[in-house]
Design a protein around this ligand. Structure first.
Ligand code: DON
Length: 374
């Protein structure tokens, strides 16, 4: 007889109608009932687990169990064809790759196909292949690795993932690897307020991803790509699509035209709003809109930072709007003759507001920004 799991085993085989009495399990559940999590992770249950571990050459100790903490995590939530899907977040890959797969096959018109046909099985297999390639490369415990969740489920990214999908050809996992995730552009903004009321608003920039991509050997820092902030030729757009003329032409000793807008708004000569953001040419518009939102539209600093933004930079002659921007307003603007284009995040605005003795610090929800007080 198996001494390891006596509770599940009987001398004679189980028959229909036998009663399985699980006394040990009942006692464990009683300890959990009486002591909550401690009934499992500490005391008698923990001791029994640790003893079993020792017997079977496991490595979990009573201390490990005591230190284990269950974590509450926000679920993955997304829309799918008029429904809202709520699913498991990291450290399960499930919710994220479910979102990827549903979105990728929707892009390839899965809704026009039928169950179990060549077309649907092939498409769904190719979608699964791509999601699992991303899973292998990017996903892990978010307490240990930075996972680009927003990018992985972003429509543009998924469209690119499916760009090499060919319904007439079998894909293969040698050629189809994880997707390409571009490093963020390299501008950083931070605001600081000290307990004497001094405020600092700072924006620093390397310009594009990793600046020029060159590290100074032996010095340990990257060289920027600020030359792109010059107007290289009249009328030729830079990486942010802006054009310039002679005023910003390259010349010896001349500094390039930036869009950085670290700003402190004073009221009664004291800091009232400390604000700034990265975002290339969207920087001044983000700061402008945030200030108007707070001062004119009386929004809270949280809403001023997080509500959808828009951007017009003369050329191209387009109003860019964030994806969540009010669709009704977009339709009305289009009816007036504006060209509207959706784009990704506009800025990652940080704000400290000091009002009536209360300090509110807001970190933009668009990024992994943070606001802390000491
Ligand atoms: O100084 C400027 O305007 C640009 N170098 C800023 C670039 C930027 O914000 C890119 N990052 N998001």
């Amino acid at each position: 007889m198996n001494k390891v799991a006596p509770v599940f085993v009987k001398e004679t085989p189980w028959k229909t109608g036998d009663t399985l009495v699980q006394k040990d399990l009942a006692n464990t559940i009683k300890r959990i009932r009486d002591l909550g999590a401690k009934g499992f992770y500490e005391g008698e249950t923990a001791k029994l687990i640790a003893e079993q571990m020792k017997k079977d050459h496991g490595i979990i100790t009573e201390d490990d169990l005591k230190n284990y903490k269950a974590k509450n995590r926000a679920p993955i939530v997304f829309d799918y064809k008029g429904t809202t899907v709520v699913s498991m977040p990291l450290p399960s890959s499930g919710g994220i790759i479910l979102e990827q797969m549903l979105k990728m096959s929707a892009m390839e018109h899965i809704g026009t196909m039928k169950y179990g046909t060549l077309a649907s099985v092939q498409l769904m297999s190719e979608v699964e292949r791509r999601a699992f390639a991303d899973r292998a490369k990017f996903l892990g415990d978010p307490d240990f690795v930075k996972v680009p969740v927003k990018t992985l489920v972003n429509d543009e990214y998924l469209k690119k993932r499916m760009s090499d999908y060919d319904p007439t050809k079998a894909g293969n996992s040698k050629d189809i690897k994880e997707g390409y995730i571009q490093e963020g552009e390299e501008t950083t903004h931070f605001d600081v307020l000290d307990n004497e009321g001094n405020a600092v608003s700072t924006t620093t920039t390397l310009n594009g991803s990793f600046g020029s991509g060159i590290v100074v050997a032996g010095a340990g820092f990257l060289l920027n790509y600020e030359m792109d902030d010059f107007s290289v030729k009249p009328g030729v757009p830079n990486m942010f699509g802006t054009v310039g003329q002679e005023a910003n032409a390259i010349a010896p000793g001349k500094r390039m035209l930036s869009s950085m807008t670290p700003t402190i708004v004073l009221k009664d000569n004291k800091p009232y709003i400390v604000v700034g953001t990265p975002g290339g040419t969207t920087i001044p518009t983000s700061v402008y809109q945030t200030i108007v939102d707070i001062i004119d539209f009386k929004l809270s600093p949280e809403d001023a930072v997080n509500f959808p933004k828009f951007h017009q930079q003369w050329l191209p002659d387009v109003i860019y709007v964030e994806k969540t921007f009010n669709k009704d307003v977009v339709a009305k603007l289009e009816a007036m003759g504006y060209k509207i284009e959706e784009r990704g995040s506009i800025g990652r605005t940080e704000v400290i507001m000091i009002k009536d003795g209360t300090i509110t610090a807001v970190a933009d929800h668009r990024g992994d920004d943070g606001a802390v007080g000491y």
